[in-house]
Write a protein that binds this ligand. Structure first.
Ligand SMILES: Cc1cc2nc3c(=O)[nH]c(=O)nc-3n(C[C@H](O)[C@H](O)[C@H](O)COP(=O)(O)OP(=O)(O)OC[C@H]3O[C@@H](n4cnc5c(N)ncnc54)[C@H](O)[C@@H]3O)c2cc1C
Length: 313
């Protein structure tokens, strides 16, 4: 707590003010609901000179339909997202995924933007400082070895957002803004695949909106594996979608440092399932074993395909 008091805290009233604050001297971080960033700060895995609270920016709290695009502001809380009728009508799987995040109290402040940007996790990293010091730290926190694999090159901290896989299955894109201006990119381009720095955008980039093309024919199935059906972070999250044309998107989260996206059609269901199991780099860094999680990818993806009426021949 003493640490937090020492740091500077500022509240931005507009997007421009948030961008101006982040370019001031020193290391700064945006804070949306703070349910990820402040917990990590207390564990000593995140630190900044200034925390820029963006929760007062009304512009980031809108949910609206623009033509055939649903636009969701990144400061929309998971609770409000779950209650929203427009999202209920077009993307109920997104509400299912948001409902699988943490607990009702956390979902009141946790935001959609913070969720898709939340930090990767690993059972050897999300520990107290004295615990991490005792094992000699790891690649993600100034050590020189990955405790999970013994390797010296790659960090395999896992991507844990529960909403991102559904958004990817729905072909979502994100609008980001920094002092160079605004740009839109497919959501998958936000993730680097590197467990140490899992995002491709810098900390001075603000995520503004998430855009999802409205396709009434799109069906999505969401699944999440975790020890207890409340509170626990994911050990495996899958989202599988199919549209009227038979285009299939399979997204596997909770295992690799980034969400793995596999695309195909009805003609190659067996190959798609095989790729979904093979492609993610799963290591022993979770409550469940690597072998079990690998097996469960196959089970979840096959079950999801069946629920979507897609049977392997
Ligand atoms: C007990 C507990 C259980 C949890 N369980 C789950 C779970 O089951 N599934 C899950 O997915 N998550 C879980 N979380 C993590 C977290 O609560 C959620 O991911 C939440 O949605 C994060 O949103 P937030 O608004 O609080 O993000 P914050 O903590 O405010 O921010 C998270 C990160 O995103 C950045 N950020 C936030 N908004 C923006 C923006 N608009 N532009 C640029 N950068 C931004 C911040 O700088 C920070 O790096 C859990 C957390 C706790 C404490």
């Amino acid at each position: 707590m003493m640490e937090m008091i020492k740091n500077k805290y500022v509240k931005a009233a507009s997007i421009q003010e948030a961008i101006d604050f982040i370019h001031q001297k020193g290391v700064s971080l945006f804070v949306a609901g703070g349910t990820d960033v402040y917990v990590n700060k207390q564990q000593g895995t995140v630190s900044a000179d200034t925390y820029i609270d963006i929760s007062g920016i009304e512009e980031l709290k809108e949910i609206k339909q623009e033509g055939n695009i649903l636009s969701i502001g990144t400061m929309v809380s998971l609770e409000n997202l779950i209650k929203n009728e427009l999202i209920q009508a077009c993307f109920s799987a997104l509400q299912e995924a948001a409902s699988a995040v943490a607990t009702p109290v956390i979902r009141k402040t946790a935001t959609l933007g913070g969720n898709i940007l939340c930090e990767n996790r690993c059972s050897f990293y999300n520990q107290s400082d004295w615990w991490r010091e005792a094992v000699g730290y790891c690649l993600k926190c100034s050590g020189d070895i990955c405790i999970a694999t013994g390797g010296k090159k790659n960090c395999f901290s896992k991507f844990v957002s529960d909403t991102a896989p559904v958004l990817l299955a729905c072909k979502a894109s994100v609008v980001v803004i920094d002092n160079q201006g605004e740009r839109e990119m497919p959501l998958e381009q936000l993730y680097s695949g590197d467990g140490i720095n899992h995002l491709t955008i810098s900390e001075s980039t603000l995520l503004k909106t998430i855009k999802i093309p409205i396709d009434k024919s799109l069906k999505v199935v969401f699944k999440k594996l975790r020890p207890r059906k409340t509170l626990d972070f994911t050990s495996l999250t899958t989202a599988v979608s199919v549209n009227q044309a038979g285009n299939i998107r399979i997204v596997v989260g909770g295992v690799d440092p980034k969400p793995i996206l596999i695309e195909g059609d009805r003609s190659s269901l067996s190959e798609l399932v095989t790729m979904a199991v093979k492609k993610p780099r799963v290591v022993e860094n979770d409550y469940y074993s690597r072998k079990y999680r690998k097996e469960m990818i196959g089970v979840y993806v096959e079950d999801s395909l069946k629920e979507l009426g897609l049977e392997k021949s």
